[in-house]
Design a protein. Structure first.
Length: 280
């Protein structure tokens, strides 16, 4: 087994802002509507690009949405080349209750394989707990590395208690586990208030170990690659922190109306004239 640890400073996200931002996002989602044929449109009538309601009633249990997650291969087709299968994303609403929970099942298929995930947010109007579980089957890789499964859980009450009061939680508020045929990785993320400037001091601990008959080989590989893994973790977290510290203060400074406008603009990105070239 190898243990890696790195600490970064992150700009804080106030709990009140997070709750309000989630409310704005859900209000916008609930203000959309599905038209005959499944096209989903914003309150002003503009469509949400590349998303359609395939089954069920909009934002009700059992509703199924389909989205195009990638290039349609038109350039290759025009050149007479063989094209890879287009990525398809299918999202099923398992529960939509803002007092209790939001639960979504997501399936993505494409040339690189298949991914399925179940996402849950408990207490959306005052978020307490978020969890994602999933599986992946990758094409074109060594069989023991072709299947992954994972779980991530963020306990928001414990996170903000730690950042606001400095109280050390009994368990890490953010925990992630990934497993494949040869190895398992456990990630723990623990926040604390930074000593001086109001940032979060976030420590990430990763433990990697081999599984089953691969344990001896994995132990040897991890022994020799430990310095590279430690450097990769530090560089990855440093880059992520730099991006976070650039974007988060800007976002937390937005009013509810400004955030809503930004969300709408994000939905329209890449759509050119805003109507995706579709007719009503």
């Amino acid at each position: 087994m190898v243990t890696l640890r790195h600490t970064v400073l992150l700009a804080p996200v106030p709990r009140a802002w997070c709750t309000d931002a989630l409310a704005v996002t859900l209000d916008l989602a609930e203000a959309t509507r599905a038209e005959p044929g499944g096209r989903v449109v914003l309150p002003d009538g503009r469509p949400v690009p590349d998303v359609r309601l395939a089954e069920g009633r909009h934002l009700r249990r059992g509703a199924v949405y389909e989205a195009d997650g990638g290039d349609d291969g038109s350039v290759e087709a025009a050149a007479g080349q063989e094209t890879a299968p287009e990525e398809r994303i299918r999202v099923t609403v398992a529960e939509w209750d803002r007092r209790r929970a939001l639960r979504l099942d997501i399936a993505s298929t494409g040339a690189e394989g298949e991914i399925t995930a179940r996402c849950a947010l408990r207490g959306p109007d005052r978020p307490r707990d978020a969890e994602v579980t999933g599986r992946a089957h990758l094409e074109g890789v060594w069989a023991p590395l072709s299947r992954f499964e994972g779980r991530a859980r963020l306990q928001l009450d414990d996170w903000w208690a730690a950042t606001d009061t400095g109280r050390v939680p009994r368990t890490a508020p953010l925990r992630v586990r990934l497993r494949c045929g040869i190895a398992r990785a456990d990630l723990r993320v623990t926040p604390a208030p930074a000593p001086a400037d109001g940032h979060w001091q976030v420590t990430v601990t990763v433990r990697i170990r081999g599984r089953y008959l691969f344990r001896p080989v994995a132990a040897l590989v991890l022994l020799f690659t430990r310095p590279h893994l430690r450097r990769a973790l530090a560089e990855g977290l440093t880059d992520t922190a730099a991006h976070w510290n650039k974007e988060v203060p800007r976002l937390t400074g937005l009013t509810a109306d400004a955030l809503r406008r930004e969300l709408v603009a994000g939905l329209q990105d890449g759509d050119g004239n805003g109507d995706g070239g579709r007719s009503a």
